[in-house]
Design a protein around this ligand. Sequence first.
Ligand code: NAD
Length: 341
Amino acid sequence: MQVLVTGGAGYIGSHTVLSLLTHNYDVVVYDNLSNSSVESIARVEKLTGKSVSFVEGDICDKAKLSDVFEQFNIDAVIHFAALKAVGESAQIPLSYYQNNVHGSVCLLEVMQQYNVHNFIFSSSATVYGEENDVPYVETMKLGTPSSPYGASKVMVERVLADFALSDTNFRGVSLRYFNPIGAHESGDIGEDPKGIPNNLLPYVAQVAVGKRDKLSIFGDDYPTADGSCERDYLHVMDLAQGHVAALDWLNSNNEFRGVEAFNLGTGNGVSVFAIVKAFEQAINNSIAFEVSPRRAGDLPAFWANATKANNELNWQASRSLEQMMSDTWRWQLNNPDGYQA
Ligand SMILES: NC(=O)c1ccc[n+]([C@@H]2O[C@H](COP(=O)([O-])OP(=O)(O)OC[C@H]3O[C@@H](n4cnc5c(N)ncnc54)[C@H](O)[C@@H]3O)[C@@H](O)[C@H]2O)c1
């Protein structure tokens, strides 16, 4: 079975490509490399001993996408390609809607043209917005996220719902990720943010290797046990395997039509202070940090109810917080400058 992976050179994409290859799926990666490097794919090939077809291109370029569907016999699409920085999305919202929403529509149009109906979408816990209580369950209504990035994910979920009503062959899965961290256990692939990291773990790791002076913890006066924000962190390899589980689920449910959402998280909230402590234990050293004012739009705490994915996809996040930390550290130590080294 041949799977087209848009954004497959990126952080979650590269780990998922590795999982797909080890489960004997053939993979075509389509990526414009706006936030990644082909080196990630080269390393995945080395780790698995299998080859990946790579096409450099933008999801908004329908002619180029069509070439890919002409050239390869695609059975399913996993769609990671998107811009993902919450703060940046408020500064350049049009780029986010263009890339994330318009790009997804282009992809669906080309898929429809080539009669490809199996689709897995990278959604996010952010679609629950501010209205819903924790833990988040898939039966809740989509909320109103505070950022254009979050809104773009809600919009694409809406597009998928409408599209599935109009095209009765469509078989879509929205995977709502919570907070992926960590790296492949080899330390050869991992998260390689360009510039200043937006996410907590890459930042902590860069402080640990001396690339940044100190970590800013945004707010210690939230109504949580220690005052810092709580998130549902899951190991990126567990998340990668969630995509294989979703693909297997589509393959074993031939009758399925429509769109189904699944939360992919551990079901536990972990605070920022607890993450820092766990990382300090993993590296046996301390991390310099300061407490800064809250960031606009940050919710105090959220985590998944992951029962649906546990039951229906037969998937569970199994890797420990300790492993998330040690794998991040191995990647950072082996690749202090990411893939550029
Ligand atoms: N990392 C997270 O915490 C998180 C959480 C929830 C959801 N997501 C979603 O998961 C997906 C993957 O995230 P990631 O963390 O791996 O990000 P990433 O930036 O590492 O990967 C995204 C990839 O898509 C590519 N890309 C972007 N726009 C493109 C376009 N127009 N055409 C072709 N390629 C394009 C980038 O070059 C990159 O390789 C995104 O859709 C993101 O919104 C991520």
